[in-house]
Design a protein around this ligand. Structure first.
Ligand code: PLP
Length: 383
């Protein structure tokens, strides 16, 4: 039998998942493992979300919805832009998606042709590169040493080499946690516009910014595509529900693509997500725990010889330089898991060039877990 495997489908695995699988295997064998490997909240979805899901389930009819999502949720999302950012976003420009992951597919397919050059930042969330290349787009990886985040100057330099069609960035970012300051974000969006480069702003880590108020790229124009999700701040990874704010001219295109690719986001999750915006008290408490974890890690990791490679402005990640201990973060991750019982993600997932030097620690778990991990690392690194 012939095996049919496309070249564009041969994307890199997430090494974080391999580390996690090994952590699970060790746990099943009775080892006590602290996992700081995955980027997902340790907390369950807030109570009002789960109650809303129960009510929807009891009512029984869970079906397809309008491709752009149920009106109640789109209205709730529009309300969120008004209260959280002071921005007026018409409901007609909001599309509910199957997590932000579906939003990337819809944006890339809706705006770009195969072969178009789209810039992303390195280090960065690995799915960006994988989705773009699986769709036959040309991925341009922009490093951002010094500033810790993408700037207009970086964008212009890449565009001068060979014109770009689009740029995608996240602020706060994964894996660095770095946030683009408002003035730099404005300059980035304006420079992209002047040069005919489409902007896709991944705002999934908004509400988890510890150093400055959230600023949406939408503040600097209605022509940007914003992608967001209920996965992170709202603790709803497994519900697979997110959203996009689209320029007027892209709405119908995304609607048509959504009809064919996904039909709609899951109705049960959409009904539940409406309640996410009224769970602020519970979610602020979760965020407070992240802040405690962040303070602990910011203080202790550098003292363990694991200096921070980026400012921990937001999200729930510490990106550390492990070169004082190893010149291969992958090997370091496996050894740390086997010997210290602490799982974290090797930088290779986020940076194919320089990732061997770095490691990402996720602090979306409990403060006790972070304390335990730090105590174990101290002993292990001493040995
Ligand atoms: C920067 C970034 N964007 C998007 C995603 C995907 O999230 P979702 O669950 O909304 O598909 C992640 C998940 O880790 C992420 O870190």
């Amino acid at each position: 039998m012939t095996a049919f495997l496309s070249r564009r489908g041969a994307v890199e695995p997430f090494h974080a998942m391999d580390v996690l699988a090994e952590a699970n295997r060790l746990r099943a064998a009775g080892r006590d493992i602290v996992s700081m490997a995955v980027g997902q909240p340790g907390d369950a979805a807030p109570v009002p979300v789960r109650r809303a899901a129960e009510v929807a389930l009891a009512a029984g009819s869970i079906g397809y919805t309008d491709a752009l999502g149920i009106l109640e949720l789109r209205q709730a999302i529009a309300g969120h832009y008004a209260t959280h950012y002071g921005l007026e976003v018409p409901v007609s420009r909001i599309a509910v998606t199957t997590g932000s992951s579906a939003g990337f597919n819809l944006a890339f397919l809706g705006m770009f042709e195969a072969g178009d050059r789209v810039a992303i930042t390195v280090p960065g969330y690995p799915a960006y590169r994988n989705i773009l290349s699986a769709l036959g787009l040309d991925v341009v990886e922009i490093g951002h040493p010094g500033e810790g985040h993408l700037t207009a100057a970086h964008l212009l330099a890449a565009h001068a080499q060979k014109p770009l069609k689009g740029v995608l960035f996240a602020s706060p970012a994964n894996p660095t946690g770095a946030t683009i300051p408002a003035d730099d974000l404005r300059e980035l969006v304006e420079t992209a516009r002047e040069n005919g480069i489409a902007v896709i702003s991944d705002e999934i880590y908004h509400r988890l910014n510890y150093v400055a108020p959230d600023v949406s790229a939408l503040s600097f124009g209605q022509d940007v595509v914003v992608i967001n999700s209920f996965s992170k701040y709202y603790c709803m990874t497994g519900w697979r529900v997110g959203w996009m704010v689209l320029p007027e001219w892209l709405v119908r295109q995304v609607e048509r693509l959504q009809q064919s690719l996904y039909i709609s986001a899951p109705e049960l999750s959409q009904r539940a997500a409406v309640a996410a915006f009224s769970a602020d008290e519970e979610l602020s408490a979760v965020r407070g725990r992240y802040e405690a974890n962040r303070a602990l890690l910011m203080d202790r990791l550098p003292r363990l010889g694991l200096p921070l490679a980026a400012p921990m402005d937001g999200a729930f990640y510490a990106y550390c330089d492990v070169s004082a201990h190893s010149n291969d973060s992958m090997e370091f991750a496996w050894r740390m898991l086997a010997e210290a019982g602490v799982a974290a993600t090797p930088g290779r997932d986020f940076d194919p060039f320089d990732g061997a030097r770095y490691m990402r620690f996720s602090y979306a778990g409990s403060p006790q877990d972070v304390e335990t991990a730090l105590a174990r690392l101290k002993e292990w690194l001493k040995a």
